[in-house]
Design a protein around this ligand. Structure first.
Ligand code: GLY
Length: 341
């Protein structure tokens, strides 16, 4: 049983197909005029998407490396050389099959090739399904930082086949739960009352609605970065030993304490964060002992969103919103609540 969630962007609107067996609907997302598909994936991605493409298209397969250092301009250059060798035209299509790294790279390669060809994502991880594959953020890393080069390039469709999650390693499941927990605080919805497939579909719907209202993050889309200000700093401070979703979980708990210190929410709401993040999703909110608050503050100042002092996405009476220029005494209270020295 699948459901379709529409990302409403006028002439660039598209469907996200969610549910067990969604891969069977891949061919319905392939525009009729496509003759060639460049399928980008990684070794170890256990999905054969090519057997679900229309028989009339010719398919070339392009494999990118597994580690984060392959999320690079060098990989984009190599892919584009391979597109040239495969004769991929402006009318053809890129299909990204994998987790967030694959769809970020495939999306950016599609945005760059011939100044933009269409792309469809087949997301195989929980983080990808509820976040990375939807909304058109694409890009690669530089030595100077993560995702510093990229483009907004919306896909023509996204497949989120929840059967792929059955074989997802526990750590990747945990990272997905970190991103999923975020959606509990973006709306008043009782996500816990939904089964996993319906919950994923609801997360996609929430993201689709936010992206539809602010595609290029000139304002509201920043709420999707709840927990990410401290989260990104933790990833870097731990040399990526703490993975993205795990860092976001700690970042959200920190954001809750910070909002409390600023008088924006009460103790009950802080406790609700703990219940969802720790009790329900089984995520840790402990900052490893070697990581100090001065180090985290320094890293947060270098965050690409920190345009005017420290910027956080915080909960409050008006819901989740961006708050600039947070003072150091509130920060210290929040660090103390998380036992960060
Ligand atoms: N991952 C946050 C966004 O897509 O805006």
């Amino acid at each position: 049983m699948t459901q379709r969630v529409r990302v409403d962007l006028g002439a660039r609107s598209y469907d996200v197909v969610v549910g067990r067996g969604a891969i069977g609907e891949l061919s319905s997302l392939i525009p009729d005029d496509v003759k060639r598909v460049a399928l980008i994936t990684q070794d170890g991605v256990p999905v054969d998407a090519s057997s679900h493409l229309p028989g009339k298209v010719s398919v070339s397969r392009h494999v990118i490396g597994g580690s984060e250092d392959h999320k690079s301009l060098g990989t984009i250059e190599r892919l584009c050389e391979e597109f040239a060798a495969a004769g991929l035209t402006r009318n053809d299509l890129v299909v990204g099959v994998g987790g967030g790294m694959v769809t970020d790279v495939a999306g950016f390669a599609a945005a760059s090739w011939h100044r933009g060809v269409r792309v469809v994502h087949v997301s195989t991880t929980l983080v990808g399904m509820i976040d990375a594959a939807i909304g058109g953020k694409t890009g690669v890393n530089l030595r100077s930082g993560k995702n510093l080069v990229g483009a907004f390039w919306q896909p023509s469709g996204v497949i989120c086949d929840t059967a792929f999650l059955d074989s997802l390693p526990e750590r990747e499941q945990r990272c997905g739960r970190g991103e999923m927990a975020k959606y509990h605080f973006l709306t008043g919805d009782d996500l816990l009352s939904l089964d996993l497939d319906s919950r994923i579909a609801r997360c996609v719907q929430i993201k689709a609605e936010v992206v539809g209202s602010d595609e290029r993050e000139s304002g509201r889309r920043a709420i999707l970065n709840y927990g990410h200000t401290l989260g990104h700093a933790l990833e870097i401070a731990s040399d990526f030993a703490i993975a993205h979703g795990e860092s976001v979980a700690i970042g959200m708990m920190f954001a809750a304490h910070l909002a409390r210190a600023l008088g924006r929410i009460d103790d009950a709401r802080v406790e609700q964060h703990r219940r969802v993040i720790v009790d329900h999703y089984g995520l840790s909110v402990t900052v490893p002992a070697g990581i100090r608050r001065d180090q985290l503050v320094e890293l947060m100042h270098h965050d690409k969103k920190a345009v005017d002092g420290l910027t956080f996405v915080l909960d409050g009476a008006r819901g989740i919103e961006t708050v600039r220029g947070v003072d150091s005494s509130a920060l210290n209270t929040a660090f103390t609540a998380l036992s960060v020295l």
